[in-house]
Design a protein around this ligand. Sequence first.
Ligand code: DP6
Length: 324
Amino acid sequence: MKATAEACANQGLIKYWGKTDEKLRLPTNDSISCCLEALRTRTTVEFSERYATDSFVLNGTPTQDPRVVGHLDLMRSLGGSRLKARVESRNGFPASAGYASSASGFAALTLAGATALGLGLSEAELSRLARRGSGSASRSIPGGFAELVAGADDAHTFARGLAGPDDLDFRTVVVTVGAEAKKVSSREGMRITAETSPLFPARIGYLPGMLAAMRSALAKKEAARVAHLAETDTMNMHACMITSEPPLLYWAPGTIEVIRAVASFRDEGVVGYVSIDAGQNVFVNTTSRHAGTLEERLRSLPGVSQVLLSRPGGPARTTDEHLF
Ligand code: DP6
């Protein structure tokens, strides 16, 4: 009863920020993302009578994580199993890159755990299950460019692919400006924003048009338009965050340095647009033609500590290369 899976992290292009049900992790709005090939997590799960308790090792360090145990419980309940599990997980990107790995982590844990238990789930069912661990993880199951549809209930809320990773000439420069963990979790942050930001209702009203524009840009394979729309939505979501009570300002000085630099590169004809999730680091989305120039220029900025170039990533998949 051992299985291993690999999944990519993803960035929100039209962001998920707000829930209608915290326990089931039902999102307020549909969201669209792009998986990042350079940010992958591999996870091995083994259920066995040999284990008296669940254990979890992340990047070589034994870790207590109630969310992981809660997710194992959920999978056990689906499989009618009482067996405890050994879980090992490894991120294929430097810890110093400053990326929380909940999307890739819960997608890999879901696929590995469901496979080890022989649950025989479809892609939609796996995505639903991954969503219970972390909303954004649902989009790392289909991979590529995916949409998490905010259905009325658990059964209707899962992600589906809108475009494959190679359908668009899309590249992302992953720019690290700091590695500290965010002070307010996404779960807490989105609740505060939904409850207190006067701009949040306006965001909900604006989203259907943005989602339609993003679906259309993806269908037409317009990579630069996808990148531009993601920047517009980044500013909209962060405006809601900043106008929350208490204000949620995830940006660091380096974040603003990158935003300004990317705008000035664009004035010189280098196409790039920023996208920022709930943190200080920046995704700079572009096309293959401009990726190298952006990578080089961004690396030389004083506030930038690390730069990785990524293609869009594929779906979560199982592998025989177990971690133990
Ligand atoms: C800002 O998936 O981390 O990255 O469901 O509470 O675990 P939980 O939240 P999470 O939220 C990610 C939000 C975001 C935007 C996005 O990815 O769309």
